[in-house]
Ligand binder design. Sequence first.
Ligand SMILES: Nc1ncnc2c1ncn2[C@@H]1O[C@H](COP(=O)(O)OP(=O)(O)O)[C@@H](O)[C@H]1O
Ligand SMILES: [Mg+2]
Length: 148
Amino acid sequence: MQEIMCKNEQETKEFAKNFASKLNKGDVIVLTGDLGAGKTKFVEGVLAYFGLQEEISSPTFTIVNEYHNEKIDIYHFDLYRLGDIYEFENIGGEEYFNKGLCIFEWGELIEDILPNDYIKITIDNGNSDEERKLIIETFGAKYEGLNF
Ligand SMILES: Nc1ncnc2c1ncn2[C@@H]1O[C@H](COP(=O)(O)OP(=O)(O)O)[C@@H](O)[C@H]1O
Ligand SMILES: [Mg+2]
């Protein structure tokens, strides 16, 4: 487990950009934290690293947004409105795990059916309005010993 303090939105995005440099197709990232924690800002940092659009549109009824270029296919899920794990299975959610880089906001909702290897980032409040604590945990042998 690693903990990283980010003083403001910019630092969170910078950390996410650097974190993204270690990611590839087949990686699964779970982002956990309250509404307004900074999960979507983190995803913007990941997208920026791959040269994909920085401003994320969040259409109300879309569970997954896709971003593609020659380097990577990114599937960004926001599971906030997901009813239950069966709904995820019904939309063929598990088929995405190997398709590209998958990032799940509120991914703890599908933790039971995630692959063995994944990285979980919990975003907690810090000591000021704009500070956040990022807690990084890895699951599975794939990410053992990796430093962020
Ligand atoms: N250190 C920080 N990291 C990320 N976002 C921050 C930080 N400090 C303040 N913010 C603000 O918090 C909000 C996070 O929003 P968002 O990323 O949409 O949250 P979530 O997706 O977790 O609901 C943004 O308005 C952002 O400007
Ligand atoms: Mg969000």
